[in-house]
Design a protein around this ligand. Structure first.
Ligand code: MTE
Ligand code: MO
Length: 324
């Protein structure tokens, strides 16, 4: 995220090279059939979207949402071992491999989540009471980091709106602030002043209530690995990855726009909205293209990460260059 140190650049280049080699090996093993076919993970034309009624299907080929070549429009799942070893989770270190390496002794259970602020029914939940297994569904989402790489991840989770409704927001509630656990004993990164701990994120209430916004409890059908934000993290697929706060302990409804960890650290580079937008560059690099982890060629970045049909209306009339 921060990418302040030039040293980060060579290290990410090294990672890229390794991914290419792995992919080539995989394709060779498949006799040229291709990565997804070999792994049996070719996605159906329509990705699974919100709700079970089919009304929210996210089609990869619908309405011109995906531009470019046919190859560009194909959404293959990012291999699980990439999803769990290429992470941003500064509580465990600032390199992509650090979270997988340094999060082994983090204890995601027992876990308590507080829902508080401008709600009729503030409450503190044990994880088991907070998560209703019957509500857990799979959501295959395209994810896009502000660093211009992307992945396609099968999440397991439930809509954030479920918990917000349960708490009964007061009419004055307009925003939701989420906070990561503070455990410097288990999180070596929190012993350094990389960010103002604990990590915080925020959404406008309508964004938080949107059916695409989920609290994820797992990926690839398993409990979330520590490095991906166990036991509970936010996933907002039309926003840059940094909005996806991990290991959440507090959800607070507020009247005013909450501070967020990245906005506090560098407001010019990381805005509150952070909607994926190919037309608004990060001050130090373009956002027009992205590289899917595991792929060689860059692809065009889509407005709202390809979810414009479902979310653009929330921003009608807003200057998205100002509210980036
Ligand atoms: N608490 C916390 N949450 C965080 C981060 C972090 O450093 N700390 N990094 C963010 C960034 S920049 C990204 S891209 C995503 C990465 O999620 P993933 O590792 O599951 O892909 O987590 C986000 N959530
Ligand atoms: Mo990110």
């Amino acid at each position: 995220m921060l990418i302040k140190k030039p040293a980060d650049i060579p290290s990410s280049e090294i990672t890229d090279e390794r991914l290419y080699v792995n992919r080539r090996k995989f394709m060779a093993a498949a006799g040229g059939l291709g990565l997804a076919a070999a792994a049996g993970i070719l996605l159906p034309r329509a990705l699974r979207g919100p709700g079970g009624d089919g009304g929210g299907l996210v089609s990869t080929e619908s309405g011109g949402a995906v531009e470019g070549s046919a190859a560009q429009g194909r959404d293959e799942l990012t291999p699980e071992n990439k999803v769990t070893t290429y992470n941003n989770y500064y509580e465990f270190g600032t390199d992509k491999g650090d979270p997988a390496e340094n999060s082994g002794s983090f204890r995601p259970r027992p876990w308590t989540v507080a829902v508080e602020g401008l709600v009729k029914k503030p409450a503190s939940y044990q994880l088991e009471d907070f998560i209703k297994p019957s509500k857990i569904e799979e959501r295959i989402y395209r994810m896009r980091c502000v660093e211009a790489w992307s992945m396609v991840i099968p999440w397991n989770g439930f809509p954030l709106s479920d918990v917000l409704r349960r708490a009964e927001p007061l009419p004055s509630a307009r925003y939701v602030e989420l906070t990561t656990v503070f455990r410097p004993q288990e999180m070596p990164g929190q012993r350094r002043d990389v960010l103002d701990w604990p990590y915080k994120e925020g959404l406008r209430l309508d964004e938080a209530m949107h059916p695409l916004t989920i609290l994820a409890t797992g990926l690839y059908g398993k409990n979330l690995p520590n490095q991906n934000g166990a036991p509970l993290r936010l996933v907002v697929p039309w926003k840059y990855g940094f909005k996806g706060i991990k290991s959440i302990v507090k959800i607070r409804l507020t009247e005013t726009q909450p501070n967020t960890a990245w906005n506090d650290a560098n407001a010019d580079e990381y805005g509150f909205y952070a909607n994926v937008n190919p037309d608004v560059d990060h001050p130090r690099w373009s956002q027009a293209k992205e590289r899917r982890i595991g792929e060689l060629r860059k692809r065009d970045t889509l407005p709202f990460n390809g979810y414009a049909d479902q979310v653009a209306s929330m921003y009608r009339g807003m200057d998205l260059r100002r509210y980036y």
